[in-house]
Ligand binder design. Structure first.
Ligand code: NDP
Ligand code: 8X3
Length: 252
């Protein structure tokens, strides 16, 4: 059987690009996200194009009970996951701390931190049993520095950075590799989601610069995964050439 990659947040952006790249490399896929129709379309396309097997999980990573049930009831052959890409995540709003929405804060913390933990607990236990695996955690430049109004989103990505380090320590005896991929600006649905559907505001984020594309990040992930077994890439910070820090950007 081919190797299996489980990708959370596979309906869009970085997760969707990873699904294509890993399928092109012959991986079978477990794809997880909330939007059922998009997941179904993507799975069919991948199966047809790359002749790989795809298992879909329609789930919200924030719903621990449902997520656990859906993962634990996968057939045993699908639990032989070699690569877990903890990618599902989002930002909501961009407001100073005194004006932030508590609902937005909860959504970001529950998705980016708790959802990543719920997924990792289960999938890492399968990896421990098989004594191999590679966990990719999608962090951010926002996990390496803090920018104005980024407060809670930055905090969640700093948490991902800490968890990435903690996982590597805890999983070391089991030979499991752990890598954080920390991108700067990538043009995906991210800004549309952050600004709650305001496409005009979302588009402005990328005005006058060439942002990263989702495939740039998928290729970096593949680089980490395709290193020889004795090599672990601990983390990578990947920026558009036009972006020096979270806020210093060279716009044309
Ligand atoms: P997109 O909005 O394009 O994709 C996000 C994906 O996450 C979607 O597939 C979405 O699927 C899924 N998702 C969101 N919430 C949940 C949930 N509760 N349960 C399950 N799936 C969920 O954004 P990106 O591809 O840009 O984002 C991917 C990751 O990259 C995120 O962790 C983000 O923080 C990080 N990142 C993004 C950067 C950027 O500039 N774009 C830069 C640095 C990091 P669905 O809605 O179907 O559930
Ligand atoms: C997403 C990129 O710059 O909005 O993590 O934090 S940024």
């Amino acid at each position: 059987m081919s190797k299996i990659a489980l990708i959370t947040g596979a309906t869009s952006g970085i997760g969707a690009a990873c699904a294509h790249l890993f399928a092109a490399q012959g991986y079978d896929l477990v794809l997880l996200a909330r939007r059922e129709q998009l997941l179904e379309q993507a799975s069919k396309q991948l199966e047809d194009k790359y002749a790989v097997a795809v298992k879909r999980i329609v789930a919200d990573v924030r719903d621990q009970e449902d997520l656990s049930y859906k993962l634990e009831t996968l057939p045993a052959s699908w639990k032989k996951v070699y690569v877990l890409i903890n990618n599902a995540g989002l930002s909501q709003g961009l407001d100073p701390i005194d004006k932030g929405s508590i609902a937005d804060w909860d959504t970001m913390i529950d998705t980016n931190v708790k959802g990543l933990l719920y997924t990792t607990k289960i999938v890492s236990s399968w990896m421990v049993a098989q004594k191999k695996g590679h966990i990719i955690n999608i962090g951010s430049i926002a996990g390496q520095e803090v920018y104005p109004n980024g407060n809670v989103y930055c905090a969640t990505k700093h948490a991902v950075d800490a968890l990435n380090k903690g996982m590597r320590i805890d999983l070391l005896p089991h030979g499991i590799r752990v890598t954080a991929i920390n991108p700067g600006m990538v043009e995906t649905e991210f800004s549309k989601v952050r600004f709650k559907g305001d496409e005009g505001r979302a588009k402005k984020v990328y005005d006058g610069l060439d942002p990263l594309m989702a495939n740039d990040i998928a290729e970096a992930i593949w680089f980490a995964v395709s290193r020889p077994a004795h090599v672990n890439i601990n983390d990578m910070l990947i920026m558009p050439t036009a972006q020096a820090t979270g806020t210093i950007i060279n716009r044309k």
